[in-house]
Design a protein around this ligand. Structure first.
Ligand code: 6MZ
Length: 345
């Protein structure tokens, strides 16, 4: 995966000994979206197959070409909304079982067997989609088969519930997730993701209650933008997630709940910087969690558009300011341990 931007600057500033240290420490990637983590070469291959095929189109060829072009050069995002516009083209290319199988295999390879292993443990998350060639259950089974084939001890699946889903579709996804888990499949949890301004979170209560009753872990993208109101955030916290994605704009009341319940924060540094929800590394909310020794996990979010890797995200911890946060090796090792402790069982 090509790396650029702040992650590359941090990685390039490290000594070979520091890079070896980052490679050697045990760490879990807990927040990686499957369709946001596809290696660009695989996506380019899928795009050329799509453009030369005669099958029915779900979106115009020009939209696919434009998005692939942007993803190849590294998209400049003015705001977080621009990020979500990249997905219709990616989705058009991963809408058959064969394509989904290929991307899942490639993403697993990238995390475990690329030039060097990125992590010792991976929770991959994805949103079940119903397409013309598979229903939501087939979608999940296709991904799960690959995940379990690759390394059942080192990987598991988190089922993402998109905020744009209707309550019925959300319930269906949770029902499938619970059923597959009860059959011993590696379904570990559910996530709430998607456009942070979409949906009414009160309608999601039932889905999260059922997921918990079914033994699934719960994580959710929360307070990712200033459009997420304090009321919405408190409502989501009342569903008792064990982990939170981003949690960038929490008010004092929300922070005290998060600290008291020791909810692990999935921190995605490059994602926040590039989506401009955090202005600088210096201003990042990771600092308040480091100061209070609160559980955090360093994650990539979407290596494809953000052009980063887990190792590069860890480089942002170790590099000297302003390129990084200037943490000590002991602190960084401890963060790796925390990520492993926060995995869903
Ligand atoms: C919210 C995000 C996200 O599920 O199709 N996704 N949702 N905030 C983010 N941070 C910037 N990054 C990715 O992977 C792609 C989907 O993950 C969600 C979006 O809903 C996106 O469509 P899957 O594998």
């Amino acid at each position: 995966m090509p790396i650029s931007g702040p992650a590359l600057a941090a990685l390039s500033s490290l000594t070979p000994a520091q890079i070896s240290f980052l490679q050697s420490i045990p760490k879990a990637e807990l927040h990686a979206h499957l369709n946001g983590s596809i290696p660009i070469q695989i996506l380019q291959e899928l795009a050329s197959e799509y453009l030369s095929s005669t099958s029915a189109r779900s979106i115009p060829d020009s939209a696919v070409q434009e998005s692939i072009q942007l993803l190849t050069t590294g998209p400049a995002l003015d705001k977080i909304d621009d990020f979500f516009l990249l997905f219709p083209a990616i989705y058009a290319l991963t809408s058959t079982p064969d394509a989904l199988q290929r991307v899942t295999r490639a993403v697993l390879h990238d995390f475990f067997d690329g030039d060097y292993p990125q992590c010792t443990y991976l929770e991959l998350r994805t949103t079940p989609r119903s397409t013309s060639s598979m229903d939501r259950e087939q979608y999940l089974l296709t991904v799960l088969d690959e995940v379990e084939k690759y390394s059942p001890e080192q990987t598991g699946l988190v089922v993402s519930l998109d905020r744009r889903m209707s309550a019925e579709v959300m319930d269906e996804c949770v029902e499938i997730a619970v059923r597959l888990r009860s059959r011993g499949r590696r379904v570990l949890g559910v996530d709430l993701c998607g456009d942070p301004t979409a949906g009414n979170v009160q309608a999601f209560e039932d889905a999260f209650r059922r997921a918990k009753e079914g033994g699934l872990g719960v994580t959710m993208h929360i307070a990712e933008t200033t459009n997420n109101t304090p009321e919405e955030t408190l409502q989501l916290l009342s569903y008792c997630p064990e982990r939170l994605g981003h949690a960038t704009f929490l008010n004092d009341e929300a922070i005290s709940i998060v600290l008291e319940k020791k909810m692990c924060i999935e921190i995605c540094l490059t994602s926040n910087l590039l989506c401009k929800t955090v202005p600088t590394l210096e201003a990042h909310h990771i600092k308040q969690y480091l100061n209070s020794n609160h559980p955090i996990s360093i994650c990539t979010d979407d290596t494809l558009p953000f052009r980063t890797s887990l190792l590069a995200e860890y480089a942002l911890l170790l590099a000297i300011p302003p390129l990084g946060l200037g943490l000590s090796e002991d602190q960084v090792r401890r963060i790796g341990e925390m990520s492993l402790q926060a995995r869903f069982r």
